[in-house]
Design a protein around this ligand. Structure first.
Ligand code: ADP
Ligand code: MG
Length: 830
């Protein structure tokens, strides 16, 4: 054991440490796509500063900006400078744009942009992720590229961390854009569609990424071009990019809806249909693929249901249900087309005759078959559309972002978005001191130590900010402090604005602020608070002291927390207090291993063994790497569905646009059933028939897509089972999803033609608004909190994080070698 320890320490000292010391080298060796050489950017910055507009009167500046705008709009896509991986091209218009923003910022905000801000702005203008430490003024830096790309008039989205910041930044930076003749808007969460449409019509729009994503989903079910909220995407700048583009990016945004669902009793309907007779009540076509109600059949049902004419507008959903019930009764045969097992319908594949797991029919039909078999059914809203943020961002032809912690996420930015990272040093070098971790064996010891430490620091008046892992932990700590007679602010409000106000006060003398790691992100902590005179006092005390009560799964989040201290060259220090019983270790089964490995027993004081803290570091790195692998694997699953979504969206968009030129429209019905369409055209006129066809198609596409999503959900939930059978779940999932997807178009075509038939069977004139089904009467949006696939870490075949992290305790620095080997073997296989 001791020998092993020695070897390990030696390896670390001789090989790893000198290596990790030079971060750039390390990045290079591990394949981190990070740019640290800023010469190109500095060159452009000199050019920008050379173009000094200080002497120009306001009027003159505005004229120059207007000329730039007119110029950019006269040539298509002039703000493009082509390949984003090309070396940065100095560009007259770009230089002029930056110089104008620089001068406008001085005049209207009285902020003179630092070089670091200009460099970050340039990096973003060339579609990179800019890393600039907290408090360095990223909000202003983003105005440069936003203005530059907004010149074209195609809209730039600045996507913020929360709704409060969207508004704050729009109001704060708005005057610069307006001074230069551009419009700026803010699409607030929950605002009416009209307000949002106006906001997105502005040259620059501030919004949260989620809201922009939800609006995109809403557009996905719009029934006319006029209802669309978004314009085509042009450029997005993402603030807090690591959090939004990576940590939150795999949660799916969902739009769900409920139609005017069942006001009838499905079981009763099935009973009535069961009693009606073939021939006289309904007819099937020769291929036995469609079934139609006869006049007698309809009359009989109408009397039994007491619903008035089935073809009446108010009965449309009912009529649809009747057709589904008919289909279930007349065309689907138990034990041939499906079997009933365990109170569930299982579909039989018509070609192989075998039961296909977890497939289900379109919603209405599925319900009808279940009713036919007397099975209970749960009613719930159905998912109408869904997209992960990750896929959403990729819809922007141009994407860039900024954050204080980009470097650790550089590999992911590259892999998922093709973005390089540019590390911009702060305007003034940081003098923050990151103290070594204090490690305790058990939770109580840690808690006590934290309270003692806060009391010690607080007694001198130095402000303390504590970052916890959860709201619960925050509250427990606050209670402990109260017992110790220390007043503190706790951030547990769900209100971003209030949180921002509390966090902003965290630098006041004597302040003790407790918050979860992520709360209040984006808010600046000024030493001494708003009162300038208090600043010197806090500086003399050593600035803000940040305490972390847990190591996060990702080192990056810890770095964010540390970054709250020492902004813009301020003094400050940070320290983490951890215990071996923390969730991070328990979740991965490391607690026991660490105890055993270092022959520890519970003790009240901190563990004085450097090796323990190094193990903690390694474990964290391994967990981080594994999480990356999980995200990569989840990405692979969602990629195919996203591709399918785009195909459907394009189809839908083309149908949506048909009303613009109805005369030339060649819709699905004229193509597939020309005689039927000619009938309709003769009866209602070509225009009406075309519009009918268009609306029916939209509704059916939406239904089919919604069904497909439900199917995908079911399949994902069960797909891991195939790995038990020795198959590759991803491959199997892709095979099934492709097959299911190929069924969508024929299904829509058939449904539209059937609906056309039904409407032609109706007496009297056609009232499009009343007769054709509209989309769902109400919709709502939400985020799926659990990962999309309903299964987590354990499902990644053969990858057990706990084991890997545990093994890493022994492998130690070998992990770094593994990274290298991984990299080279990848290179080879390419
Ligand atoms: P970040 O997003 O990088 O953490 P913010 O954009 O919130 O930083 O800005 C932090 C603080 O820096 C703000 O109070 C802002 O007024 C100030 N600031 C930004 N740019 C400048 C500048 N060029 N000169 C002076 N102060 C600035
Ligand atoms: Mg910010």
């Amino acid at each position: 054991m001791q020998h092993q320890e020695k070897v390990k320490t030696l390896a670390f000292k001789k090989v790893i440490r000198p290596f990790t010391k030079t971060r750039a080298l390390f990045d290079k060796a591990t394949g981190n796509p990070v740019e640290t050489n800023l010469d190109v950017y500095r060159g452009v910055v000199s050019a920008v500063k050379f173009l000094d507009f200080r002497g120009l009167p306001d009027r003159e500046l505005k004229v120059r900006s207007e000329a730039l705008i007119a110029d950019s709009r006269s040539v298509p896509d002039v703000s493009d400078h082509g390949d984003m991986n090309a070396p940065f091209p100095p560009h007259d218009r770009l230089i002029e744009a930056f110089a104008l923003v620089r001068e406008a910022s001085r005049r209207v905000l009285h902020l003179d942009p630092f070089d670091a801000q200009l460099i970050a702005g340039l990096a973003m203008a060339s579609w990179k992720i800019a890393e600039l430490p907290t408090g360095e003024g990223k909000t202003l830096a983003a105005v440069f590229p936003a203005y530059f790309y907004a010149l074209s008039g195609k809209g730039v989205h600045v996507l913020t961390f929360n709704d409060y910041l969207a508004r704050r930044d729009a109001v704060w930076m708005g005057p610069i854009y307006e001074f230069l003749g551009l419009t700026v808007g803010c699409a607030r969460e929950g605002a009416p569609a009209g307000d949002k449409r106006r906001a997105y019509a502005c040259d620059v729009t501030y919004a949260t990424a989620k809201e922009a994503g939800f609006d995109f989903l809403r557009d996905g079910i719009a029934s006319s071009v006029g209802d669309l909220i978004h314009r085509p995407f042009h450029m997005a700048l993402v603030d807090e990019a690591d959090s939004i583009l990576i940590d939150e990016a795999r949660v799916p945004l969902v739009i769900a809806g409920v139609g005017e669902k069942a006001t009838w009793d499905a079981g009763r309907l099935a009973g009535l249909i069961k009693m009606s007779s073939p021939e006289c009540d309904y007819e099937t076509d020769a291929e036995h693929r469609n079934v139609f109600l006869t006049d007698e059949g309809a009359a009989r049902l109408e009397t039994a249901l007491g619903c008035g004419s089935l073809y009446d507008t108010k009965n449309q959903r009912l009529l649809e249900a009747v057709h589904c019930a008919l289909h279930a009764e007349a065309l689907l045969r138990r034990d041939v087309d499906y079997i009933v097992s365990d109170s569930r319908i299982e579909i039989v594949d018509e070609f192989t005759g075998r039961v296909v797991d977890n497939r289900h029919w379109p919603d209405g039909l599925q319900a009808a078959v279940e009713a036919k078999e007397g099975l209970a059914r749960k009613t719930e809203g159905c998912v109408l559309g869904s997209i992960t943020l990750q896929h959403f961002f990729r819809l922007y032809p141009r994407l860039s972002g900024m954050t204080a912690t980009a470097r650790p996420a550089a590999r992911e930015f590259k892999e998922f978005y093709g973005l390089n990272t540019v590390v911009v040093p702060p305007n003034r070098p940081s003098v923050r001191v990151d103290e070594p971790d204090r490690i305790y064996t058990h939770r109580e010891a840690k808690r006590t130590a934290i309270v003692v430490e806060i009391a010690r620091v607080h007694s001198g008046g130095r402000p303390v900010l504590v970052g916890t892992a959860s709201v619960r932990e925050s509250e427990e700590l606050a209670a402990d402090l109260k017992t110790a007679g220390i007043a503190c602010e706790v951030l547990n409000a769900k209100n971003d604005e209030l949180e921002a106000r509390i966090i902003a006060g965290a630098g006041k003398p004597g302040a003790v602020t407790i918050s979860t790691n992520m709360a209040g992100r984006g808010t600046d902590i000024k030493l001494g608070g708003e009162d300038e005179r208090e600043r010197d006092r806090v500086v003399a005390l050593g600035g803000l002291y940040v305490i972390g009560t847990n190591r996060h799964e990702s080192l990056r989040i810890d770095t964010q927390l540390r970054g709250r201290a020492g902004r813009q060259g301020d003094p400050g220090s940070t320290r983490f207090f951890i215990s071996l019983e923390d969730d991070l270790f328990e979740r991965y089964g490391l607690t026991g291993r660490l105890f055993k490995r270092h022959r520890l027993s519970r003790q009240p004081g901190a563990v004085q063994n450097g090796l323990v803290s190094r193990d903690v570091w390694h474990a964290q790195r391994v967990i981080e790497g594994q999480n990356f692998d999980i995200r990569r694997s989840l990405w692979k699953y969602s990629e195919l569905v996203e591709m399918q979504r785009r195909i459907i969206q394009n189809w839908r968009r083309s149908v949506l646009a048909q009303d613009a030129d109805l005369e030339t429209s060649s819709g699905l019905v004229p193509e597939k059933a020309p005689a039927l369409f000619a009938d309709a055209a003769a009866r209602f006129g070509k225009r009406q028939a075309g519009e009918l066809e268009r609306r029916l198609t939209l509704v059916q596409i939406d239904d089919a897509w919604s069904d497909h999503l439900a199917w995908v959900q079911d399949t994902r939930e069960s797909i891991h089972l195939v790995s038990l059978g020795g198959k590759n779940p991803l491959g199997e999932f892709q095979r099934l999803a492709t097959a299911a997807f190929l069924g969508i178009r024929p299904k829509v075509e058939k449904a539209v033609i059937t609906a056309f038939h039904i409407l032609l069977g109706k007496e009297g004139p056609l009232d499009l608004d009343a007769d054709v089904l509209k989309g769902p009467s109400s919709t709502w949006t939400y985020i799926v909190n659990e990962d999309q696939f309903g299964w987590g870490i354990e499902m990644l075949s053969g990858k057990n994080i706990g084991l890997a992290a545990g093994a890493a305790l022994y492998a130690g620095p070998l992990y770094v070698f593994a990274l290298l080997i991984n990299k080279f073997s990848k290179k080879k296989s390419r």
